[in-house]
Design a protein around this ligand. Structure first.
Ligand SMILES: [Zn+2]
Ligand SMILES: [Zn+2]
Length: 129
């Protein structure tokens, strides 16, 4: 069971990395950072572990322009994607989340996974224009 334990440790390091960044990294970005800690890790292993983390709901997988990004922050929040610089910003509009949950509840639905994605132009890009 040595292999399993090692995989679990790798997954733990990957998850810790995801929880410590706000950048919503792609698998390649996770790979570039995690290999500092685990030099022998391969991109395929990163991919596999990220899929498991997403499947086990320990991380969120989001698709932006056909690319997968990963998020270790599981608090319900909204993602704002800038169409210009592609940055993914977290918006913690708790009142909006609660409003949404209440609305859904009264309609007889219960939310298990909150996912809202908006696209637009971010503050930085608006100033540059
Ligand atoms: Zn932008
Ligand atoms: Zn996020």
């Amino acid at each position: 069971m040595v292999i399993n334990r090692r995989l679990t440790l790798q997954r733990k390091i990957i998850l810790e990395y995801l929880q410590n960044v706000k950048t919503h990294p792609t698998a390649e970005e996770v790979f570039n950072n995690v290999k500092i800690k685990i030099p022998k890790i391969t991109l395929a292993t990163i991919y596999r572990n990220l899929q498991i983390l997403a499947k086990e709901k320990q991380a969120e997988r989001l698709e932006v322009n056909g690319q997968f990004h990963f998020d270790g922050d599981l608090d319900p929040h909204i993602h704002f994607i800038c169409k210009n610089c592609q940055i993914i910003k977290d918006l913690f509009y708790d009142d909006l989340v609660h409003y949404f949950e209440k609305k859904m509840e009264t309609s007889g639905f219960s939310i298990k996974n909150f996912k809202i994605q908006c696209e637009g132009i971010c503050k930085n890009c608006t100033q540059e224009a």
